[in-house]
Design a protein around this ligand. Structure first.
Ligand code: ATR
Length: 279
């Protein structure tokens, strides 16, 4: 029998997940269906549990439900707890399990596809919302020399630095205001984790943050060209610029692995997704 999966979000019509998972299923020969479901802002929890009772095997969860997905689960993985959010749910006889594959998705894209070395490097992460909370744990685990956090609202960056201080170990975590950022040593890797790109906007950061040849990564992506952040990074001398489409495919592959026990090849799917967007 065909196993059923879905992505739930609001809005959800733009989601690439049904296409990505259909490609994974075709590639690995797995018998599954995957649809996009509009989440109910007032009744998300009941809707999810009804889907589980109705035979759906698992869900991907996107904005604005990731925190609520974590809260409704019976079992929560360590990485989902640290992220404070779940993007993957798995339904089994024992109840609902929640996981978060966003952080590992970013790490696989950075390390496997782009061959970025993180150990001992200086990292700057811009933003302090849910997207950044989801990636800080895996970034810390990669043992950079330090991670500076900058956010338009500095208090939120301070809150994140504080929240992750317990797991930072030897990695220096610091929240930096605009003045400090302008005087900071340039960084090896700058990650834009704000939602500014989605609105075609640019977080206000000085071009001096990019060391020559630096890696610039935008967690967001636009299918019609580079994000404003990546355009700024390139003009400032960054050597590698990448948007979040690779992370999107990698986080999906990790969810697929959790559900099906099979890891799909991501490179051809990412390439096909880009061609599809360009075409
Ligand atoms: P998400 O879960 O996607 O991270 P969020 O929790 O609403 O969403 O956080 C959005 C992040 O993008 C925040 O860091 C926000 O900065 P503030 O905390 O100051 O609001 C940041 N952001 C959004 N638009 C921005 C803009 N135009 N310039 C700079 N930062 C922006």
């Amino acid at each position: 029998m065909t196993d059923r999966y879905a992505v739930i979000g609001n809005p959800v019509h733009h989601s690439k997940s049904p296409w990505i998972h259909a490609a994974f299923a075709a590639q690995t020969g797995q018998d599954l269906s995957y649809e996009a479901v509009l989440g109910e802002l007032d009744g998300f929890e009941g809707q999810v549990l009804a889907m589980a009772r109705g035979g759906v095997r698992g869900l991907n969860v996107t904005l604005p439900f990731k925190e609520r997905a974590l809260a409704l689960a019976d079992r929560v993985s360590d990485r989902a707890r640290l992220a404070g959010a779940a993007n993957t749910l798995l339904f089994a006889a024992g109840g609902v399990s929640a996981d978060n594959t966003d952080g590992i998705g970013l790490m696989r894209d950075l390390q496997q596809r782009l061959h970025v070395q993180l150990a001992g490097r200086r990292l700057l992460v811009i933003g302090a919302g849910g997207a950044v909370r989801g990636i800080l744990g895996p970034l810390i685990a990669a043992a950079p020399a330090g991670i500076d956090l900058h956010n338009r609202t500095l208090e939120r960056a301070r809150g994140l630095a504080e929240a992750f201080s317990g797991v930072a170990g030897a990695v220096t975590l610091a929240a930096l205001g605009a003045g400090h950022l302008a005087r900071a040593e340039p960084y090896d890797l700058v990650i834009n984790g704000t939602s500014a790109s989605l609105a075609g906007e640019l977080p206000q950061i000085p071009s001096s943050v990019f060391r020559p040849g630096a890696v610039a990564y935008d967690l967001a992506y636009r299918l019609d060209g580079p994000t404003p952040f990546l355009t700024q990074a390139q003009a400032a001398g960054a050597g590698v610029v990448a948007d979040g489409l690779g992370m999107l495919v990698e986080q999906a592959a990790e969810a697929f692995l959790l559900w099906r026990g099979v890891r799909p090849e991501t490179a051809p799917v990412l390439q096909a997704l880009r061609c599809r967007a360009a075409g």
